[in-house]
Design a protein around this ligand. Structure first.
Ligand SMILES: [Zn+2]
Length: 263
């Protein structure tokens, strides 16, 4: 095993020749050869379980895309990482693209998976999440319901769009204090959250006017055509003009007639 003098020799030589060099791309050679066993999700991380207890994690953040492409297809915009894959005698690519580089890709070992999971509260789609547990994690947060829903360490999987629609559907004002919520309302919020998220999955997600979100084949989602209150002018329930304000710097839409603040 190289010891300090050997490692030092290499480091000094690398520094002499490579400092200020720009890394244009990284190629991982064939001997990586790990098989993709299964692709799952932890909160908003896409998790590729690889052979030998290794995991490749992608987080799309604001502008990331993961695209399944034929190898000879012209380059996509903003390609960052390309995996060349073989299956059933054919080759293809998985391309991670990101215009602004807020997304990330990371290779981690099995021990780190539990650490990743522990960063997040219960997944909103988990069958094991009971209204009682949902209520207790909300109440423990001591903030308003909109903030609590967006805090992924409280409950995982509700983003800004879906939080707006969920609160409208549940006739709940976004500034409602979590410690004023009772079990009946927690049950309603949980059921409606599951309904909205499942419906958006059926619609293959929402693509906003920035056209950023596409699925793994480059196709837009359609759930933007089914928003309840998010980005709407008038309430679909009573016709009142929808109010828009920033709550904790996140754009918040609500109906002042249907979603009255009860303190
Ligand atoms: Zn209304």
């Amino acid at each position: 095993m190289p010891e300090l003098p050997e490692v030092h020799t290499i480091a000094v030589d690398l520094n002499k020749h490579l400092s200020n060099a720009v890394i244009k791309s990284i190629e991982i050679k064939n001997n990586f050869n790990k098989k993709i066993i299964e692709v799952t999700r932890i909160s908003k991380n896409i998790v590729l379980e690889l052979s030998s207890e290794t995991f490749l994690i992608f987080h799309l953040a604001m502008t990331g895309r993961l695209l399944i492409r034929k190898s000879d297809r012209p380059n996509d915009d903003w390609e960052r990482i390309i995996l060349t894959l073989a299956k059933n005698g054919k080759t293809g690519q998985l391309r991670f693209c990101d215009t602004r580089m807020f997304g990330k890709a990371e290779v981690i070992k099995k021990e780190m998976i539990n650490k990743l999971k522990s960063k997040y509260g219960p997944d909103i789609l988990a069958d094991s999440l009971s209204p009682e547990e949902f209520l207790s994690v909300l109440v423990a947060k001591r903030t308003n319901i909109k903030n609590a829903l967006l805090d992924q360490s409280v409950v995982s999987g509700i983003g800004n769009i879906y939080a707006n629609d969920l609160l409208w559907m549940s006739k709940t004002h976004p500034l409602t204090k979590t410690n004023s919520i009772k079990i009946a309302k927690a049950k309603e919020l949980l059921n409606n959250a599951k309904e909205i998220i499942k419906e958006a999955i059926l619609h293959r997600g929402s693509t906003l006017s920035d056209k950023m979100f596409v699925d793994a084949f480059g196709k837009y989602g359609t759930h933007q055509n089914y928003f309840r209150v998010y980005d709407q002018r008038n309430c679909k329930n009573c016709g009142t003009k929808i109010k828009f304000e920033k709550i904790n710097s996140r754009g918040t839409y609500y109906c002042p007639t249907c979603q009255v603040l009860k303190q």
